[in-house]
Each structure stands twice: as structure tokens, then as C-alpha cells.
Design a protein around this ligand. Structure first.
Ligand SMILES: [Fe+2]
Length: 311
């Protein structure tokens, strides 16, 4: 299938929708309700790209259900991509098998770069502006499942080989474009999400824990060093949707999009949107659309909870 090149609109903007944790499980009314909502958000927002940040499906019918969960994206004719969550292939099939099904679906622009060595489906999507120059790049990273280091346990970390791949991709992009920024997506947050919540002003809701790795593999530091990464957005912690800035990089959560997984009765499902501008590389706009018809454009500001103990 021919891949579509991503381009800024005539007005210089590009809109990304992040869907996360749809948890399509039993093909029942709960799941059908999730799909109906996603259809509405797509119709209301008309994004230029949709990034699905994992846990799209759950359980033993994952291969059967993935097409049903992704149906609204295919119907909308929008380019879309995907990164794995910890649950997508937890009970059945391999990452490769599920990803093979995604690759056959209309509109899918993700791919598996074997150069990343670890995980499956690590990829980068350049968005071109005037004269075909790359101005923004969407990165999709597989944040894994459980930590293979038994002495540590907990959730997996993005490996040093994946980080080296990320850095190499950026070096390659630097050869063709002197000025571009990166917005990265993955299912599980980097450990620094805890620092942004503790020490910086944050915007939005934190009603969940931090399901991030217990050890720090240096992914955030690499993002700081590369000088291009401006945002890293996650899923996984269903009842968190806040974001904040740490040393110039915005770290934040999407909005849980599906009804199949855990959540809270009074916590609306939704989607997070990002508006990138080809002439604004230092920052971006983000907001949420909710299943109750409301938008979250100016989320509640939360003052830092602690002052750094600098000794
Ligand atoms: Fe989840």
C-alpha cells in the first residue's frame, strides 16, 4: 500500500489527534460505545493524523478486534499510526502478528524500523511544509511491557538501543532540514513525568499513579540533548491527563479514549489534540475533546507540590 506523505495545510497548521487506551475487549456494547465516540471526535476535529498510543485491544480476541477498534479511523480516511501498549498482545499473539494486521489497514502510516532493535513498530513520521522541508516529526516508540530485569520488576523501559536509534534518526533528519521539532508518543511515561508533577506547574488532572519504569534508561536526557524534542505524550495511566514543562520539553498524558479499561465514573473519556505550526518550532497548542461534548482548552493549573532539595 502506498504511504501517504504528511504535509502541513495551506494555512501552515497540522492537527494530530491522540487516542489512547481504547481497551476494545469483548466486542460488546461498551466497546461499540467507544467506537461511536471516536467517530464523533474525528468528525468534529478532522485531524491530519491520528496517533493511537497503545492498549487499543485487550484479551484473547485482540487480532479479531483490532479492525473493529480502528474502524472509525479507516472510515474517516485519515492517516493514522500506532504504538504498542503493555496490554495489546498480553494474552494472545505476538507484536509482529498484530502489527502485520495494522500494516494492511487503509490509512496506516506507521512502520516497523528494525534498526531500533528493541520493541516493535518504532517509527518516525516527518511532516513537510513549504518547499517540502521537514518542520515537525512525529515519533512513535514501543515502551514495552514488563521489565525483563527480574531484580527490578515493574514496567519496561525504553532501551538504550532504542534511544540510540532515536538519536540516529534525528541526526539523519538534520542532514535534510536545519530546523525541525519532534513530538514523541509512547504508551508508558518516562520516569521524569514524576518530576514534572512534583516540581513544575502542571495543567489538568492527576487522579492515577505513575506506571512508569522503576529505573531510568536516559530517554528524557537524550531528548534534551538532541535539542529537537519539544513534547513527549503518553497513555497507560488512565486517570491522568495533565501536562507540564520540564527543562523546555512538555511531558504529558493523552485522555483515555475507550470505555473498556479501568477509569473513574465521573472522568469523561476523550481525545487529546495537538496543533503544530510549520513556523512555530518551539511549542505547540494542545487541548482535549470529551465524550460529554465539552472541550478542555484551559485546564486547571496546579502549582508545584514540592521545591527541589538542591542540597
Ligand atoms: Fe491501558
Amino acid at each position: 500500500m502506498e504511504k501517504r506523505e504528511l504535509k502541513f495545510r495551506q494555512d501552515g497548521t497540522f492537527k494530530v489527534m491522540q487516542l489512547t487506551d481504547i481497551h476494545y475487549t469483548d466486542d460488546d456494547e461498551t466497546d461499540h460505545g467507544s467506537v461511536r465516540q471516536i467517530r464523533k471526535w474525528l468528525a468534529a476535529e478532522k485531524p491530519d493524523l491520528v496517533m493511537v498510543t497503545g492498549d487499543a485491544v485487550y484479551g484473547t480476541d485482540n487480532l479479531k478486534n483490532i479492525g473493529k477498534a480502528m474502524a472509525p479511523l479507516i472510515e474517516a480516511g485519515v492517516p493514522w499510526s500506532f504504538v504498542f501498549g503493555n496490554h495489546d498482545v498480553e494474552h494472545h499473539s505476538s507484536r509482529k502478528e498484530l502489527f502485520g494486521i495494522l500494516e494492511e489497514m487503509p490509512g496506516f502510516v506507521g512502520y516497523h524500523d528494525p534498526a531500533a532493535k528493541d520493541g516493535y513498530g518504532n517509527h518516525m513520521l516527518p511532516i513537510r511544509g513549504r518547499e517540502g522541508k521537514v518542520r515537525w516529526v512525529i515519533a512513535g516508540i514501543d515502551s514495552g511491557n514488563r521489565n525483563p530485569l527480574q531484580a527490578v520488576g515493574g514496567y519496561q523501559y525504553v532501551s538504550r538501543r532504542q534511544i540510540a536509534w532515536y538519536e540516529n534518526q534525528i541526526r539523519d533528519l538534520e542532514k535534510e532540514s536545519e530546523a525541525f521539532s519532534v513530538l514523541a508518543f509512547q504508551h508508558m511515561a518516562v520516569p521524569e513525568i514524576q518530576d514534572v508533577w512534583r516540581y513544575e506547574k502542571c495543567y489538568g488532572v492527576k487522579r492515577d499513579g505513575f506506571g512508569c519504569p522503576l529505573v531510568n534508561s536516559g530517554q528524557f536526557l537524550a531528548a534534551l540533548e538532541d535539542g529537537h524534542t519539544k513534547g513527549m505524550f503518553f497513555g497507560h495511566d488512565h486517570v491522568n491527563s495533565f501536562w507540564g514543562k520540564l527543562y523546555g520539553i512538555t511531558l504529558g498524558y493523552g485522555r483515555i479514549s475507550g470505555r473498556g479499561g479501568y477509569g473513574a465514573e465521573d472522568y469523561p473519556r476523550g481525545a487529546r489534540l495537538f496543533v503544530l505550526k510549520e513556523d512555530q518550532l518551539d511549542d505547540f497548542e494542545t487541548y482535549e475533546i470529551l465524550d460529554n461534548g465539552n472541550y478542555v482548552r484551559d485546564p486547571w493549573g496546579q502549582e508545584p507540590r514540592a521545591i527541589r532539595d538542591e542540597g
